[in-house]
Design a protein around this ligand. Sequence first.
Ligand code: SF4
Ligand code: SF4
Length: 505
Amino acid sequence: MSVTDASGAPGSSSSQQGADGGAPPWRPYLRADDRGNGANAVEVALNEVRGKIYPRSVSGVFARWRVVFVLLTQLVFYGLPWLQWEGRQAVLFDLGARKFYLFGLVLWPQDVVYLAVLLVISALALFLFTAVAGRLFCGYACPQTVYTEIFMWIERKVEGDRLARIRLDESPWTARKLRLKLTKHALWILVAWWTGSTFIGYFAPIRGLGHDLLTLQLGPWQWFWMLFYGFATWGNAGFMRESVCKYMCPYARFQSVMVDPDTFVVTYDKGRGEPRGGRSRKLDYKSAGMGDCVDCSLCVQVCPTGIDIRNGLQYLCIGCGACIDACDQVMDKMKYPQGLIRYASQRAVEQGWSPRQARARLLRPRVLVYAAIITALAVAFVAALALRNPLRVDVIRDRGVLAREAPGGIIENVYRIQLINTSESSLVLQLQASGLPGLDVHVERQAAQAIELEPYANKLVPVVIRAPAQAAAPGAHPIMVRASGRDRAGNTVQRDENASFYMPE
Ligand code: SF4
Ligand code: SF4
């Protein structure tokens, strides 16, 4: 089967093959004309100047799911920075202090491995969902989809549905057109600005941002990111829309290697729908040799990326299910069974399998391998976090003084010891050293040898480690520095760190 490459140019491309070598489900971008005439579908080169798409609103099961996901994702995004935890912002990426606060967890630069593991788990979860049900993330949770939904909702409320918007755009400029366009953009800018402000609220305490904004006391980087993120939201969701998926999103490019013929994707049942054509509801269309598709083009009109799913699965399909809702409504009106367009695997449609037979193929080896790796990583991640030592110790030698002699035949080495408390509880610590006979640790510039460390704080402590001159031969000797103590609840904390002690000639 000949397919096209990702640029939409005709030809064969192995990158478009299903991963198991089965028939490739991906097609080039075959676009109906912008008024939804699927019969005029043409193959479109990637670099073709796009026409504006006017998606029609649709209701149905998948439209409701999209609304649910818009609300859920925005509740999380807009609400999370306002949550408090132990008197501070629950989620805060404080780049200046180099601390990431995630509820009870505080990650330091040394903990970057935890973030890396989280990213790996997220990437694998994306692979898993894509292998099971195609571009679920794109259709329901991708920020581009979600903000486009919000902006299109505002557009519909202000300018009307598809035909009203087309007429408005084609009409000459009048006071009414100006008022509608200004209202739409004012609302878009309000959402974009709120989004940009929320974004920087993840990096600076959000509760002071309103005051800093009104008094023009935001820092230059805060201004930059608020305006940049707000502008990107306005531009991407208001104007770029499907072009972001088409030209900018890398996921759209490599998704074809993550699906196979058993992946559930939005599929037009060609065997049932063709030959398509308009007909009267009373016509015995089966006797007339017609399929179930009445060629109403509604599935194209509701598509946010302007494609005709009847031409096969195309990489521009974000799996939103809008065409399923539209087609099911048409099937209801015609009193035909629903599901001419449906979530189904390519193999199930070709073999005429029942949904149950198709679902039985969900737990195939690639899905099980992804699930097993994710489970193993998640267990390791949770265990590592639970067993994480809240105390970090770093021993830094004083470069200026290698060793010095003190009265009484004592040799002194000077260090700075960095202590980091990553817990919510303050710590009281003592320092000890071992590895040579008679080692003694003295904390400088304070009378008491106990060191107090506030929650989530770090401290650089100057110390002198002493040893009798006869304790070892001249040269460097490995020693171990131990910081130990208790937290407020009385739990013991302890951390050992290797260092070296230098004995002069
Ligand atoms: S909505 Fe259904 S019936 Fe109408 S053109 Fe699309 S596939 Fe055919
Ligand atoms: S073809 Fe259907 S599922 Fe794909 S993007 Fe268009 S409306 Fe959404």
